[in-house]
Design a binder for this molecule. Sequence first.
Ligand code: PLP
Length: 364
Amino acid sequence: MKKIIRDNISRIERYEPGLPLEVIRRELSPEGEISKLASNENPLGPSPLAIQAIRETLEEGNLYPDDSCYDLKKSLSEHLGISSKNLCVGNGTTELILLLGVAFLNPGETFITSQSSFIMAKMVAQLMDSKLLEVPLNQNRHDLDAILDSVSNDTKIVYFDNPMNPIGTMITDQEFSGFMERVPDDILVVFDEAYYEYVNKENYPKSLKYIEQGKNVIILRTFSKIYGLAGLRVGYCITKEDFVDAIEKVSPPFSVNRFAQIAAIAALEDKDHIEKTKKINEAGKEFLYESFKKISVFYISSETNFITIDLKAEAEKICKDLQRKGIILRPLTMYGKPTFLRVTIGTMEQNKRFIEAFKQVYKQ
Ligand SMILES: Cc1ncc(COP(=O)(O)O)c(C=O)c1O
C-alpha cells in the first residue's frame, strides 16, 4: 500500500504555540481577567498609528494586496539604510523560515541549529528531508565553537536566533565576528533577530554589515514583537538580491495581506509607541528580577521581552495551576527543558498579578 503522507512529515512534532486567549476562555473559564504572558506579544497592543492606518483602509479589503510589498519595502529601506532589493517580506518570519528551507535546503544536506532554539527552524529541516544537527547550549548560550566544530562538507544552513528564544540570551558582536571569520563561505548563515529592538547592550552584533559585504547571510526581523502586530503576520528578511529572488519565487502569492503592509509602515514610524514599549519592558524586567530573587527562583538574564526561569522541578503542573488563575505562561517541555518556564514581560499590573499568583502555586 502506498503511504499518502510523506515519512518525514509523520515524524515532525507539531508546533505548539502559547495557548490563545480563546482556548483559555473556552476550556478553563478562569475567574477575572486573563493575562496572556505566553507568546512574547506587546502588552501595550499595536501602535495606535497602525490601528488608525488599518481603519482608514478597511474598505479596500476586497482588493488583493500589493504582492511586491513596494511601499513597505521602501519604508524599511529608508529605516535600515539598505536597498529595497535586499528585502523580502513574509507572513511573519515563521513563513520566511519555511520558505528559506524550501528555497535553499536539498534533501540530505545538514541544517545546524542550537538545542532549544526557536522550534520553527527544526521543523523546516525535518520538512525538507535534510539532516538536523542540534548543538547543545553552553551555559544557556549558543556555543559558537561547538557549532563550527560540527560544520562539515554537507552543511548548508546554520541558524541562530539572537537573542535566542526561549532562553533570552545573546551572542556579542565580537563572538559573531569571530564566527563569521571561521565559517566556510559556502554556508548560509541565518540570523534571526526577532527581538533585536529590545536589546540594550552596545555589543549586539552589527549584522547588516555582512549584507553590505555580500556574505551568504540572511537576517530575519519581525513586526510581531516590539511593533505589536503579531496578529497581522508580517516579518521581513535582509539578504543578497539573488537570495531575495529565490525566496520570493517559492512564496505563495499575496501572503502578506493589505492591512499588515499598511500597519507595518505606520508602526515603523511610531517612535512614541516603541519608546513606551521599551520603557515598560525594562521596568517590568527589573520588577520580575527582584521578585524572583526574593522568592529564590533561578532566572536567566534576558535581552528580550521575556524571562525564562528554572523551577528545578516539572514546570507543566505549575503552568496548569496558573492557567486556572488566568495567568498563561509557556512551559519549555517541547524545547527539551521540562523544568523551565518562560514568562512574557507584561504591563506592571500583569507582572504583579503573575507574581502574586505564582507565589501561591510555587512551593519549593
Ligand atoms: C526567534 C523567533 N523568530 C521568529 C519568531 C516568529 O515571529 P513571527 O511572528 O514574525 O512569525 C519568533 C516568535 O516568537 C521568535 O521567537
